[in-house]
Design a protein around this ligand. Sequence first.
Ligand code: UD1
Ligand code: CA
Length: 457
Amino acid sequence: MSNRYAVILAAGQGTRMKSKLYKVLHPVCGKPMVQHVVDQVKKLNIEKIVTIIGHGAEKVQAQLGDDSLYAMQESQLGTAHAVMQAASMLEGKEGVTIVVCGDTPLIRSETMESLFSHHEQLKAKATILTARIEDPTGYGRIIRNKDGLVEKIVEHKDATEEERRINEINTGTYCFDNAALFAALKKVSNDNAQGEYYLPDVIEILKNQGEVVTAFQTNDLEETLGVNDRVALAEAERIMRKRINESHMRNGVTIIDPNNTYIETDVKIGQDTIIHPGTILKGKTIIGGDCQIGPNSEIVSCEIGNETVIRQSVAHNSSIGARVNIGPFAHIRPDSSIADDAKIGNFVEMKKAVFGEGSKVSHLSYIGDAEVGRNVNIGCGSITVNYDGKNKYLTKIEDDVFIGCNSNLVAPVTIEKGAYVAAGSTITKNVPKEALSIARARQVNKENYVEKLHLKQ
Ligand code: UD1
Ligand code: CA
């Protein structure tokens, strides 16, 4: 196998996206398009990956980090001009260079590997990854001669009516003999409809020099999608989503309605977990086995133990133990840590709280900036009063505490182990161990009140 290099084109603005965000940074299932491409290219045993950056250079570089080397394209004069910017790093090297567009997020390493093999077997100087698609509008067309050999690529905007009827397209991925590529790039002109230096013109240049130029046609049409606008972005998202969902199902996860389940690329799910419709799993979420998630739940970067049930709820950046029962309609905000066997019931909001093993907060509560021990029972409507308008304070509830319904725990405050708080209390002072604290007005019953009221009239 010869040395392999890769050039990833990511300098364009992506005008057709009509966005403040640079095109290649638009996420598909939570991961920027260019990162999808680089992640696949990284599997190919490449000596040097060079990403061409221009628009949004810093942000693209921040995204890819050490995954790539970078070459700057100051002004975007076309895809050939873009590749030329890698000359200082690649020109003169012996080997094969794969060029991939940063806006083809569905391309898979297996397909690129086949492209390399095809290129090497045929001892070609250039091999284009092509596909036959139903609607080739916008893509470069593959022009073959009467013997079926590739002659050149014609861009949609430069194509004649007849050429536009050709439905074999350039996917924007190619293998080149590295030395031949950089030599040919110098001959590319910008005499075309867009006034750009087109990389596809290298094909005709090499062909005219009598070099072997071939095409490798993929049957996986979905992979070839180039995202130029938001319609294509949604299409890429749909295809990627299907891939992700199918891979979880193959790993033993039940997804009740895959068309209505949205799982980002980095999410991990254990066996026999059931994902109900309308569920969105994002970021670095890791879900154990035998869980039930959804319907209609959003979970972002949470770690969740086995056998946990989360219904109609939202949870962000938190850790949730095993056999926990959450929802319906609970909101777990960032930095919460919920231990095993806990119960977070309906209309409970939790924020930055440690919630101990076997503890329960079953209905209509706010637990924020709190440390709650084991086997605590927090009655309906109870609130940790954590904010004085300026600062936030901690509420500590030790093991085995019972908080009666509709209590306010005004922080900073500690309810010591085993203590009871009577319903309706507003607690402003610490409650000692195993005490009962009642902090509410005594009830006064005025006998015969109604009769007296009537006598007055
Ligand atoms: C390109 C191909 C077309 C192919 C299609 C596949 C050219 C001229 N045409 O068209 O044959 O069918 O991809 O999706 O190559 N870029 C730069 N610098 C530039 C211009 C572009 O880095 O000066 C980058 C863009 O960021 C993008 C990629 O190159 O990631 C492709 O550019 P784009 O403008 O999307 O090309 P298409 O018109 O889609
Ligand atoms: Ca494109």
